[in-house]
Design a protein around this ligand. Structure first.
Ligand code: ADP
Ligand code: MG
Length: 263
């Protein structure tokens, strides 16, 4: 199977998200400071099951901090964040397990350099999900097949192109069977000719019903895959809109000004 072709909500990787009720991610009155710097200022955001939300906005606006807060890589100072109805605990085994519900893909791939691609993908399921080695390897190979790099499984990250490494990072996240996937500028470190191979995988995931929060300025992806665009600047959500409206007829001057600079 090929991730660029949607396989319907019956697909195994989307099952986890499809079983519950209510929104999958709720961000409520969230505040975050770095020292004196107020980086998230009363952020409110709801992401429904199967919804794809694109987060866009100027550098320094708080997009990465928001992603990292949802995954508890950053503690928050106020408000709360629920994933599938549960607040993430501050630490411990429970945190590792619940954090695995939130997959994250970074700009810089973040693969383990001294492990093969296959080992990168099986590590989490074996350690955190307590899956057997054989089962993990079988699932990992299926995922690598789906992101189009099964033939790279025995190689080390440095032997792969940037686009292949990022697809491996996506497979590694999917191996944990996350309920929601966060992507923080997943294509901005890539050479232009590799951007589409990563966006195609992400578009396929969206079509299958994966719930996704994607920080990106890729307008084509937003229009193809997202139901909602959130424009973030200066630690606040300035505008929430449909992709079509946002890119052709943004409501706020902040967004219009930003768009005039990137388009
Ligand atoms: P974006 O992803 O939208 O570019 P970030 O969330 O990375 O924005 O950053 C928001 C603000 O927080 C910026 O002013 C940045 O310098 C600051 N910041 C981010 N991470 C840290 C940190 N670990 N310590 C101090 N300041 C930080
Ligand atoms: Mg960022």
């Amino acid at each position: 199977p090929d991730l660029t072709k949607g396989q319907g909500p019956e697909d195994a990787i989307t099952q986890a998200a499809a079983t519950g009720t209510g929104p999958l991610v709720v961000v409520e009155h969230v505040h975050k400071h770095f020292g004196e710097l107020h980086v998230l200022k009363d952020i409110n955001l709801t992401v429904d099951r199967g919804e794809v939300v694109v987060v866009i906005g100027p550098s320094g606006g708080g997009k990465s901090t928001l992603c990292r807060s949802i995954n508890r890589l950053e503690p928050i100072d106020g408000g709360r964040i629920l994933v599938d109805g549960k607040e993430l605990p501050k630490e411990g085994k429970e945190l590792a397990r619940l954090r695995a519900d939130v997959g994250m893909v970074f700009q810089s791939f973040n693969l383990f350099a001294h492990k093969t691609i296959l080992e990168n993908v099986t590590l989490g399921p074996v350690k955190v999900r307590k899956q057997g080695k054989q089962e993990s390897e079988k699932h990992a190979m299926e995922l690598l097949e789906r992101v189009g790099i099964a033939n790279q499984a025995a190689k080390y990250p440095a032997q792969l192109s940037g686009g292949q490494q990022q697809r491996a990072a996506i497979a590694r996240s999917l191996a944990m069977k996350p309920k929601v996937m966060l992507f923080d500028e997943p294509t901005s470190a890539l050479d232009p000719e590799m951007v589409n191979e990563v966006l195609d995988v992400m578009t396929g995931l969206a079509r299958e019903g994966m719930t996704m929060i994607v920080v990106t300025h890729e307008m084509g992806f937003a229009r193809r895959a997202a139901q909602k665009v959130v424009f973030m600047a200066d630690g606040q959500i300035v505008e929430e809109n449909t992709p079509d409206e946002f890119f052709t007829n943004a409501r706020t001057d902040r967004a219009k000004d930003f768009l005039s600079k990137i388009l």
